[in-house]
Write a protein that binds this ligand. Structure first.
Ligand code: GLU
Length: 298
């Protein structure tokens, strides 16, 4: 009872804040047919896959597994349960959907948790086959890797202590200390386009959350979809301050030049029927996030 009131509350706040276009009914809860755990009943593992000209696919076939880069501390997106080690979230399930479309079962996926700053290098070095983890498509990143997608659009926001009414947007940061993650687009933007008192950076957003909890920073900045997941977990402690102030288009990071794999994933997204909505409703809607599936044309 208490839980559902809280979820509805977040939904109302988030609807005004996330800067996303609504198309789902927004009813929190599992999508029909989606269980608490894996959603692999939403798709079948493909047989007769042929991806002629994809060196990444050839590597997966030779290894008999898929190596996927993900996040593990972003509830609703990329999360690893510290007690069970089970992975879940929208990004993790998108990675499973892609693997299935390539003929690989969920238990043939090896996950590697890779922080924001190391993503391009891990792809360039061939240590992962693809990366799904709140990875914004940017021209700078496209110099060394390729993206499929976008598969989700969100925007940069601010997280503050629940009792802090002094920050309502990025123009209120004079004299404030703002935390973000090394190598992320939000850190770069808050430095380049706004004037916070100071910025500090860590490898992960949960490290920033601890600094905010301890009162050693005044705000955490990253994508609203990530921040909403933290607020949903601790609504008494944290809140989102103001509206989004950028557009972050999430893509699947791929080794540069593998156009065959990129086209395959874009076709999967664009022809995927109800899968995207089922994954969204299951993983993101409960935190009050609203959105619609973008066309994958990268
Ligand atoms: N989407 C932003 C980025 O790719 C922030 C989230 C993240 O660090 O993964 O930099």
């Amino acid at each position: 009872m208490r839980k559902s009131r809280f979820l509805a509350g977040v939904g109302i706040v988030a609807a005004g804040l996330l800067g996303l276009t609504a198309c789902n009914s927004g009813t929190p809860g599992a999508a029909p047919g989606a269980s608490e755990g894996s959603s692999d009943q939403l798709w079948e593992v493909a047989s007769d896959v042929s991806l002629d000209g994809s060196p990444t696919y050839d590597r997966m076939v030779a290894a008999d597994k898929v190596v996927v880069g993900v996040k593990e501390d972003q509830p609703g997106l990329g999360f690893k349960d510290p007690l069970t080690d089970e992975r879940g979230g929208f990004d993790v399930e998108i990675s499973q959907w892609i693997a299935a479309s390539l003929g690989f079962d969920a238990d043939q996926i090896e996950y590697k948790t890779i922080p924001s700053a190391n993503r391009e290098q891990e792809l360039v070095n061939g240590n992962i086959d693809y990366y799904v983890g709140t990875y914004s498509i940017t021209d700078k990143r496209k110099e060394s890797i390729d993206f499929a997608g976008p598969y989700l659009i969100t925007g940069q926001g601010l997280l503050v202590a629940a009792d802090d009414d002094s920050i309502n947007g990025p123009d209120d940061l004079a004299g404030k200390i703002v935390c973000s993650v090394t190598g992320s687009t939000p850190l770069q933007r808050i430095r380049d386009e706004y004037s916070p008192g100071d910025t500090v950076e860590y490898d992960t957003y949960t490290q920033c959350l601890e600094q905010l909890r301890a009162g050693s920073v005044d705000a955490v900045t990253t994508d609203q979809a990530i921040l909403a997941g933290y607020v949903a977990q601790e609504p008494e402690t944290f809140k989102i301050a103001g509206e989004t102030f950028s557009e972050e288009r999430y893509g699947v990071g791929l080794p540069k030049g593998d156009t065959v794999l990129k086209d395959h994933i874009n076709t999967l997204f664009n022809d995927g029927g109800d899968v995207w909505t089922a994954l969204f409703d299951k993983n993101l809607a409960p935190a009050g996030i609203q959105g619609e599936q973008p066309t994958a044309d990268e």
